[in-house]
Design a protein around this ligand. Structure first.
Ligand SMILES: Cc1cc2nc3c(=O)[nH]c(=O)nc-3n(C[C@H](O)[C@H](O)[C@H](O)COP(=O)(O)O)c2cc1C
Length: 203
């Protein structure tokens, strides 16, 4: 079965290499509009958005994330009791590479960063994940690449940074997505787990 929506879903890939070009504001508005049409628990629509297109600000946030990652590495023996991932040597190595990289391995010099904010309430983060996926698919459908940046969640470890970005009281970053025009036009096909390994049919 194939239609434009299924094709768009299957063709979307995470993009980490962008043209220098700024994204048209109307296109960003359209992407957010698509996000707002996502399903949400009890239709609470629990999202707020911060849209950052100021390059220096994105760079600054990237630097702050790297500083937070360095702190995590430094205090890993204590932090690992609270943050399970710090017990995994491969994750630690990856954090090290990202934190000390000369290039921006956080936001990949993307021209736009959208933070989706929400409160710590039942199913709010799940609703925001639906919103994020809508936005990434909408972007793909108009030729804009995107990538969810989980590393951005470490910004939440530093309350001062959250205040500086203007994150409202009682809100946290539920999703951070970078957007930009992809530099590579031909992106490799997606490889997915085969159905027989992950689907159980009860008929
Ligand atoms: C919750 C979440 C967090 C992610 N965090 C990062 C990240 O911090 N950096 C990154 O480069 N990609 C990140 N990704 C993108 C994944 O690496 C990517 O979706 C995955 O490799 C599958 O590739 P595809 O999106 O091209 O299908 C994240 C994706 C999700 C859903």
């Amino acid at each position: 079965m194939q239609n434009t929506i299924i094709k768009n879903i299957k063709e979307r890939r995470s993009i980490r290499n962008f043209e220098e070009k700024k994204i048209d504001k109307e296109e960003l508005k359209e992407i957010i509009q698509a996000g707002k049409y996502a399903p949400s628990a009890t239709n609470d629509q629990p999202w707020k958005f911060i849209v950052i297109t100021k390059k220096e600000m994105i760079q600054e946030l990237s630097n702050q994330i790297r500083e937070e990652l360095k702190k995590l590495l430094k205090w890993r023996f204590i932090k690992k009791f609270k943050i399970k991932q710090l017990r995994n040597i491969d994750i630690l190595k990856f954090i090290f590479v990202v934190a000390f990289s000369k290039t921006d391995m956080i936001f990949f010099n993307a021209p736009a960063l959208v933070l989706i904010l929400t409160q710590d309430k039942l199913f709010y983060d799940e609703s925001c994940a639906c919103c994020a996926q809508n936005m990434m698919l909408a972007a793909n459908s108009i030729g804009i690449g995107s990538c969810w940046i989980g590393f951005a969640s470490v910004l939440g470890l530093n309350k001062k940074i959250l205040e500086n970005i203007g994150i409202p009281y009682n809100h946290h970053i539920s999703a951070a997505i970078i957007f930009g025009y992809p530099r590579e036009k031909k992106i490799r096909a997606s490889i997915r787990k085969i159905g027989s390994d992950i689907i159980k049919w009860i008929e």
